[in-house]
Write a protein that binds this ligand. Structure first.
Ligand SMILES: Nc1nc2c(ncn2[C@@H]2O[C@H](COP(=O)(O)OP(=O)(O)OP(=O)(O)O)[C@@H](O)[C@H]2O)c(=O)[nH]1
Length: 383
């Protein structure tokens, strides 16, 4: 899952590490320069001389360059101002390098960040989301006095972790708690375009709920498509659930209404309502959803789409949310998605959380979308 994106994030980490190493090497070169020379002579050296002469690099008045740790070089001869060294504070710079500290500047990240942006876009991450990630990574890394050595990799990883978490955690709520707290029967309506895995997701959700002690009834609000009753009927039979359905061409709101009545009469906790999977641009469908809203007043409307659809899924999520105000999304076929663009983008773009990932065709293949787990996966923590 998300393997290609994972690889690209790994490359960014390596790029920044490389940049950091180069920078540290430059700093080292600057520290070596004064040996056996007067500071004036060192200042004439091409390497590091410009920096050494720069006020901010040598400012000793409370600048972090001489924070107590960096300045504590007692016994470090190289760091002691040599006789004849000017007040440019070359020693301070030497001290900073000796402690392995340096500042990552914006320009140091320009290239790695550009590559990261391209990688995110190639992975189908939506543009505004990619930019948000970049801004946050940059914010985390630039300007801080960082300790170089082995820790650079983890600094970059932490920055990526924070940035990714920020964008994919948008709107998260405790789904199980919401179910537990709601008056029963609770009505969940599933929307989305054709063939993305809506019906399968309903069946999986029924299993998910049963595992948590809730009974459910399935309702086929897809009265449009021939064969829809049979398709959901197979799942109902396999799971041994009641299915409420009407003739093809019937009123979807009436089907869901009947299912609610059935649930009330039979003490069923949750009504899972399928809807016709026509395009979000189809006004008839949106009218139907609006009517279901009016007649039944669902407790939750979930948008279902395929993770593999990438930017298309993101766009549809946005459009469905505008039309019917979704409460969250389910991304199916995440098991077949190496890009991860939809998983990263949908919550940020809609402002509504991704609640579940479909990770296979079996009834148990519905996974709660846990941002921490997804980010850990993307950063290869599990390896
Ligand atoms: N690999 C994989 N396949 C899935 C997943 N979810 C659904 N599928 C498959 O996707 C296909 C379409 O799923 P359906 O549930 O029929 O799709 P739908 O959105 O209900 O389609 P309509 O009823 O035509 O609107 C089926 O073959 C499912 O087995 C998933 O998470 N992973």
């Amino acid at each position: 899952m998300f393997d290609s994106l994972k690889e690209k994030l790994g490359s960014f980490r390596e790029d920044v590490e490389e940049t950091a190493e180069e920078k540290a090497a430059e700093e080292e070169a600057a520290t070596e320069a004064p040996e056996g020379e007067t500071a004036e002579a060192a200042a004439a050296e091409p390497v590091g001389e410009a920096d050494a002469a720069e006020p901010e690099a040598v400012d000793t008045s409370g600048d972090e360059a001489v924070d107590p740790e960096a300045a504590d070089t007692s016994g470090d001869e190289a760091a002691e101002p040599e006789a004849g060294e000017t007040s440019t504070g070359l020693g301070a710079k030497v001290k900073a390098a000796a402690t392995g500290k340096f500042v990552i500047e914006e320009e140091d990240l320009e290239e790695p960040l550009w590559d990261l942006k391209m990688a995110l876009l190639e992975s189908d991450v939506e543009m505004s989301v990619a930019e948000e990630i970049l801004d946050r990574v940059e914010e985390e890394l630039v300007g801080e006095r960082r300790k170089f050595t082995e820790s650079t990799g983890s600094i970059v990883e932490d920055a990526l972790r924070e940035a990714l978490l920020d964008v994919i955690s948008v709107g998260q709520f405790d789904f199980d708690q919401r179910i537990a707290d709601a008056d029963k029967p609770l009505v969940i309506i599933f929307t989305g375009v054709n063939g993305v895995g809506k019906t399968t997701s309903i069946a999986k959700m029924s299993r998910y709920l049963a595992e948590r002690g809730y009974s459910s009834v399935l309702a086929n609000g897809d009265t449009y498509r021939a064969g829809a009753n049979e398709q959901i009927g197979e799942h109902a039979a396999a799971l041994d659930r009641k299915l409420i359905s009407h003739q093809q061409g019937g009123d979807p709101a009436a089907v869901i209404y009947d299912a609610v009545e059935y649930a009330e009469a039979n003490d069923v906790d949750v009504v899972l309502g399928d809807t016709a999977g026509r395009l979000h641009t189809n006004e008839g469908l949106m009218d139907q959803l609006e009517k279901i809203g009016r007649v039944v007043g669902p407790d939750m409307t979930l948008f279902v789409d395929e993770a593999v659809a990438g930017q298309d899924a993101v766009r549809r999520a946005e459009q469905f949310d505008e039309a019917v105000s979704i409460d969250g999304s389910i991304l199916t076929k995440a098991d077949a998605d190496s890009n991860g663009g939809a998983a990263i983008s949908v919550a940020h773009v809609t402002g509504k959380p991704i609640l579940f990932l479909g990770v296979g065709q079996g009834y148990d293949h519905l996974e709660r979308f846990d941002p921490e787990v997804v980010v850990a996966r993307l950063l290869g923590d599990d390896e």
